[in-house]
Design a protein around this ligand. Structure first.
Ligand code: FES
Length: 102
């Protein structure tokens, strides 16, 4: 991943957890689903809510502002198939999480 940027340490993101980070002016939401880490645009497309501060249940994040839900593994909105939220590739190097931004 040539444009990968360090986002966090895995110690900050235990299984079942989510985390909001800012990388190069991008707000990124990180999620740990049973040990696998996923990253998506951290700004909810509904009204800008912080997806990295939402409630993660399994692989579904619920936005804390109005409850929109997304599959963090794909970025797909759980109810509206026309809404696709950007996801970013993730790579783990040791305990460090790297994200490739667009
Ligand atoms: S801002 Fe996320 S559901 Fe409204």
């Amino acid at each position: 991943m040539p444009n990968a940027v360090r986002a966090a340490s895995i110690d900050e993101l235990p299984p079942g957890g989510c985390l909001e980070v800012t990388i190069q002016d991008h707000v990124v939401a990180l999620f740990n689903v049973e040990g696998r880490v996923y990253a998506m645009d951290g700004v909810c497309p509904h009204a800008g809510g912080p997806l990295g501060k939402g409630d993660l249940q399994g692989d579904v994040i619920t936005c804390p502002w109005h409850g929109w839900q997304f599959d963090v593994t794909t970025g797909a909105h759980c109810l509206s198939p026309t809404i696709q939220h950007p996801c970013y590739p993730v790579q783990l190097e040791g305990d460090e999480i790297f994200v490739e931004l667009p």
